[in-house]
Write a protein that binds this ligand. Structure first.
Ligand code: BGC
Length: 299
């Protein structure tokens, strides 16, 4: 069995998968936010516990950011405190197990390639809409990683000249407009400007990426506007990606993809070019399933 680990901005997901990538058990812990090393340490603890229960033959990790897969190091990440953080070596030393490391969205793409839509389509893009925006590219059934392994950083395409500053050092990155954090930002602003709206009423103590969608489903026009503005931004990046790659299919993952057709129908109506847009079949499990799939020789 393999253990897949998907490091996210708010939680770290773990999944034990069998040889057919079916999930045997899955669980999650909150992401420690202080140091990159504390994240690696928290993962090691869970791996050791899991190995007591299952015959774990290898551990696959997916992390946001620019990864040196050969050295097993996270070079940097915009939304987590990683900077030249060694991952595979400390984990291998603690667990005595083979450990591999890749980008989280590339892992979601591998999950989709081996256990989802990738079995039916040759040319595919994956777009993950979470704390950041990630991407993955499949050309002719093969993952494309570019010269340094980091192709598919869709979240850092610049979609707005002199736009919002991003943690990566650029301005106007796609993820500043299309991530969960961006949607939360739009929701907070709308609540402040419309304190009597249903959206404000439904916000309660905490606004998250579901708040605007939930209020929109209850018929709130303010929430409808928030979702519409969010999807208009998303459409800009998606249209650009279609023109660049002409994929057969674009698969959406990450928290916002749980909205299904509430997300995709308006998105389809804003896209000029014909393209098949779907939400991941593996849902939130794509990341850890694909992280485990990195252990395959051909991955
Ligand atoms: C990072 C990507 C990552 C994405 C999703 C972006 O901010 O640059 O590497 O895949 O967030 O987590």
């Amino acid at each position: 069995m393999k253990l897949g680990v998907d490091i996210g901005g708010t939680e770290i997901k773990f999944g034990v998968v069998d040889d057919a990538f079916a999930t045997v058990e899955k669980f999650a812990i909150p992401t420690p936010r202080k140091y990159g090393e504390s994240i690696v340490e928290a993962i090691a603890e869970v791996c050791l516990e899991t190995a007591k229960k299952y015959p774990v033959e290898g551990i696959g990790i997916g992390s946001p950011g620019i990864i040196d897969g050969r050295e097993g190091v996270i070079l940097r990440a915009s939304n987590l405190p990683f900077l030249n953080t060694p991952v595979t070596e400390p984990l291998r030393a603690r667990t005595g197990t083979r450990v591999v490391l890749g980008n989280d969205a590339s892992c979601a793409m591998l999950g989709e390639l081996y256990a989802g839509y990738g079995r039916e389509y040759d040319d595919m893009l994956m777009i993950t809409l979470g704390t950041g925006v990630g991407g993955g590219i499949i050309i002719d059934k093969k993952p494309y990683f570019g010269k340094n392994g980091s192709a598919g950083e869709f979240g850092h395409m610049v979609v707005e000249f002199d736009g919002l500053p991003c943690g990566c050092g650029r301005k106007g990155c796609f993820e500043k407009y299309a991530s969960v954090s961006a949607l939360i930002g739009l929701t907070v602003r709308a609540v402040e400007e419309n304190p009597k709206s249903l959206l404000a009423e439904m916000s309660g103590a905490k606004i998250d990426g579901r708040t605007a969608f939930n209020a929109m489903k209850e018929g709130c026009p303010v929430a409808q506007q928030v979702v519409d503005e969010y999807i208009s931004h998303l459409a800009v990046g998606v249209e650009n990606l279609i023109m660049l790659f002409q994929p057969e299919i674009i698969v959406f993952g990450g928290a916002i993809s749980n909205e299904g057709d509430w997300l995709l129908n308006p998105l389809r109506s804003k896209i000029v070019t014909d393209a098949l847009l779907v939400c991941s079949r593996l849902k939130n499990d794509a990341g850890y399933i694909g992280a485990a799939a990195q252990l395959l020789d051909e991955a």
